[in-house]
Design a protein around this ligand. Structure first.
Ligand code: BDR
Ligand code: CA
Length: 309
């Protein structure tokens, strides 16, 4: 794939161990226009610092704009117990140099999508920045090629039985995004849990003998450990990279039009993405939902991105 056929993408993220692998994947396969950061896996300051550390590691020449420090309602419930206090599993990576390009991700999202229509927005953290941008400028929903998000799913959650982390952290934001009328594509747990990497991939990364290979080894070892503690599995799901590949390699993903609503009030279900599977009785679909994925090809593309970084 040459640079002319790479889809142009703004990545909204909360790095985050699998966000970091997603950034490596996007750097290889997408034409990355810019990165916006949001509080989620760790604080807003830390996710922004991590994005900047990754920009340096990967030698990327793109702007990074810091966004929301917490959800639209309530306090941030982070996932530092999963990603480590620094969000990158305590990796030995130089601290971020300098400042982000701005502390106004929302303005960047609005202005950049005004200057260029047809960009893909790929949120792989809580949807706070995207919702605030849609609230500031609802027309944004119709200027983008897609809002391809990692979050939710058609099935059970991972924070609660009902809710996936990115939606659970800011359900009000997710509600705005799903009701925006834009080309929303939900890549949720039912899909991302299929895309898995294990110890053999970590070994291959180690054998690359490169800074990015070493970095990826550290991240994969950490994720594999965590998944082993949770579910006795020796492989880890590649949540966020799956959203990137949905945009860069859409033929690998099978998705269907569905109506999806976000549960805001449920006693046990706040943050659930309720997918209406009734067919025509569900009425006009509000988005696409990812169901199937060519797992081997997806994992190969992630490994190639690490190798060629
Ligand atoms: C999502 O939650 C976060 O912890 C990950 O980075 C991913 O975006 C998976 O539920
Ligand atoms: Ca994430």
């Amino acid at each position: 794939m040459n640079s002319h056929t790479r889809p142009r993408m703004i990545l909204d993220c909360d790095p985050g161990v699998d966000d970091a692998i997603a950034i490596i994947t996007a750097a290889r396969w997408a034409d990355l226009v810019g990165i916006t950061t949001v509080a989620g896996n760790v604080s807003g300051a830390q996710t922004c610092a991590n994005a900047m550390r990754l920009r340096t590691l990967l030698g990327l020449d793109i702007p990074i704009h810091r966004g929301a420090d917490g959800p639209m309602a309530g306090d941030l419930e982070d996932a530092s117990h999963v990603h480590g206090a620094d969000g990158l599993a305590g990796v030995d990576l130089p601290e971020a140099d300098g400042e982000p390009d701005s502390a106004d991700a929302v303005e960047y999202l609005v202005e950049t999508t005004r200057a260029e229509e047809g960009l893909h927005l790929v949120p792989i953290g809580p949807l706070t920045n995207i919702a605030l941008a849609l609230r500031a400028d609802p027309g944004l929903a119709h200027r983008v090629a897609s809002i391809t998000l990692m979050g939710g799913g058609a099935g059970s959650g991972n924070v609660t039985a009902a809710a996936e982390f990115n939606i659970y952290v800011d359900p009000e934001a997710a509600d705005i995004v799903f009701r925006s009328g834009g080309p929303v594509h939900m890549i949720g747990l039912n899909l991302t849990n299929q895309v898995r990497m294990g110890p053999d991939h970590a070994t291959t990364c180690r054998e690359m003998g490169t800074p990015v290979g070493d970095f990826a080894t550290h991240l994969l070892d950490h994720l594999i450990d965590i998944h082993f503690q949770w579910e006795g599995s020796d492989t880890s799901a590649m949540h966020d990279p799956s959203a990137i590949l949905t945009v860069t390699h859409p033929h690998l993903i099978r998705s269907e039009p569905r109506t999806v609503v976000v549960e805001l009030d449920g006693t046990h279900t706040r943050g659930q993405t309720l997918v209406d599977e009734r067919g025509p009785a569900a009425g006009e679909p509000s988005c696409r939902v990812g169901y199937g994925v060519d797992v081997d090809s997806a994992v190969d593309l992630i490994m190639t991105a690490i190798r060629e970084a």
